[in-house]
Design a protein around this ligand. Structure first.
Ligand code: FAD
Length: 506
């Protein structure tokens, strides 16, 4: 019996396989396609995802094919800026730039190469899930491969089988519809030089439009343009009432839409396809020993480029919990925290994307002019934001709520010796203490003395800002909790949260 069976080897299933494999669990992945999906859908991810790639040991493979950029800009009907989420000149507390672009087939190939090196992780390509049964201790999956029916058994299964998720359907899980659905045309191209932007007023100081995701909230045709990695460029154009998918995908229409940005610049259209952008969240993320993750559990309009990021956060959340139960003796009840932690998180970011979608997709000129005035008034009132602010702290689950900083994403300073914090401390549970005298040690937790960490004072400043002397960090880099004085009570709360049977304190 495998520890974990993953159904679907898109980006979410592939990261899950890496994280679980690195934790030493035996993993099998069923993927119905023989070859990687050759076209990009996601193009953007954020600093937290880079940190997860770092945790999964795949960052060195990925970095040469990633490009960091400077954030988002929303432009109104009069071609003036109405919202900026720009990171130029800002601190990078998490160790990575906030915004990164990639080419999805490359990203997925690198993720697969990562787990291919692990003997206890097996990809069965061309294996299509057809059904399941479970009895409380194990999940039995049925699938077809090479025209033959087959079965396998795993202690847990994760449905990473995408938006149409046959597993979700087999489990009878309904989707909550967040009441947003708009048709957009997505065009990918390779372009041999900079694109031409219209004259945009009110640009923030020092920004380079070629390094930004620009949302043109133009009621005549809302559109997005984002820089990809290398020569890749992505455009998204909203379909207007009466326009059909077929007509909009016609090469002449695509050429005209994209040509307005390119003039004589040589380019090659890679693909043009229409999508329905919508907001959906599964009512249940777990049925017995089967968990839903990625697009199987939720879908978001892509206005902040977070759909895949949500899925990668899902499996980062789940992987350390499955490993704690399978390997470290944690109580299986720990797994009950998956949906309470992830569901509100995902809904908050989808709500922000839906709210942005409602004003972006405005096609009435008068409403658009009113929107622009309101958004400029909001910006003038001093609201400053980056896309980082969209992702909330964890409010429930395996966090010591009530302690300062609990549930926040923890910083990742670069150390004096050039390493990033996680590379120096290793993954897993980490206890940072101001004074070694205040520390207690516990099996399964790495203790780090902040005074000796050589981080230019970033960790001490984090503790100072929250008035605490110790912080306990989860394997997914969220703060479990903090303490003043001795870290003993923090470790006791940690053991209780994980349901660890016999505390081993030194
Ligand atoms: C136009 C567009 C732009 C986007 N931009 C972004 C962005 O910039 N940033 C971002 O974070 N997200 C973005 N997204 C969302 C992102 O593409 C998805 O969230 C992400 O690809 C979902 O990954 P997944 O692994 O959950 O599912 P998928 O990538 O859909 O993978 C599911 C896998 O399951 C397999 N499968 C299905 N059924 C079976 C079966 N019966 N048996 C075995 N295998 C099966 C499929 O073959 C597939 O390989 C965008 C989406 C779109 C449409």
């Amino acid at each position: 019996m495998f520890d974990v069976a993953i159904v679907g080897c898109g980006p979410v299933g592939a990261l899950a396989a890496n994280l679980l494999g690195r934790a030493g669990l035996s993993v099998v992945i069923l993927e119905k396609e023989r070859a990687l999906h050759p076209l990009p859908r996601a193009v953007h991810c954020d600093h937290e995802i880079l940190r997860l790639f770092q945790s999964a040991g795949v960052i060195a493979r990925l970095l040469p094919d990633l490009t960091d950029t400077d954030g988002n800009l929303h432009v109104g009907a009069d071609m003036g800026v109405i919202r900026t989420m720009v990171t130029v000149g800002m601190a990078r507390p998490y160790g990575w730039a906030n915004d990164w672009f990639f080419y999805q087939p490359e990203l997925e190939a690198h993720l697969r190469a990562g787990f291919a090196e692990m003997a206890h992780v097996e990809l069965r390509a061309g294996a299509e899930f057809t059904g399941l049964a479970q009895d409380g201790d194990a999940v039995r999956l049925r699938y077809r491969q090479d025209g033959r029916a087959a079965e396998l058994t795993a202690r847990w299964a994760i449905a990473c089988d995408g938006s149409r998720s046959p597993m979700r359907k087999a489990l009878g899980v309904a989707l909550d519809d967040l009441d947003f659905e708009e048709p957009w045309l997505v065009v990918d191209a390779e372009v041999d030089g900079p694109v031409h932007f219209p004259e945009i007023s009110g640009l923030p100081e020092g920004v380079d439009l070629q390094r930004l995701s620009v949302m043109l909230c133009d009621p005549r045709r809302p559109a997005t343009i984002v820089p990809g990695r290398g020569r890749h460029r992505r455009w998204e154009f909203m379909l207007l009432p009466g326009e059909t998918d077929e007509a909009m995908m016609a090469p002449a229409v695509v050429d005209a839409l994209v040509g307005a940005w390119l003039g004589a610049m040589p380019h090659r259209i890679l693909r043009a396809a229409t999508y329905r952008f919508h907001g959906l969240v599964a009512a249940r993320w777990r049925v017995g020993n089967v968990f839903l993750a990625g697009d199987a559990a939720h879908q978001t309009p892509p206005f902040f480029g977070q759909g895949m990021c949500h899925g990668l956060r899902d499996v980062a959340n789940l992987a350390w919990k499955l490993a704690a139960v399978a390997r470290d003796g944690a109580d299986a009840a720990l797994l009950d925290s998956y949906q309470p932690e992830r569901d509100p998180h995902v809904r908050a970011v989808i709500a922000a994307a839906v709210a942005a979608g409602r004003y972006i997709c405005e096609i009435d000129p008068q409403n658009a002019a009113r929107r622009d005035a309101e958004m400029r008034a909001r910006a003038a009132s001093g609201v400053q934001e980056t896309a980082t602010d969209l992702v909330p702290a964890l409010a429930a689950g395996v966090v010591l709520t009530g302690t300062p900083g609990a549930g926040e994403r923890f910083i990742q300073p670069r150390l004096d010796d050039g390493r990033l914090l996680d590379d120096a401390t290793g993954g897993g549970w980490r206890l940072f203490v101001r004074s070694p005298a205040a520390a207690m040690t516990a099996a399964g937790v790495t203790t780090v003395a902040v005074t000796a960490s050589g981080d230019g004072g970033a960790l001490a400043a984090w503790l100072d800002a929250r008035g605490v002397d110790a912080v306990l960090l989860r394997p997914d880099h969220y703060v479990f909790g903090t303490a003043r004085g001795s870290a003993g009570p923090l470790l006791s709360a940690w053991r209780k949260a994980l349901g660890l049977p016999s505390p081993v304190l030194a």
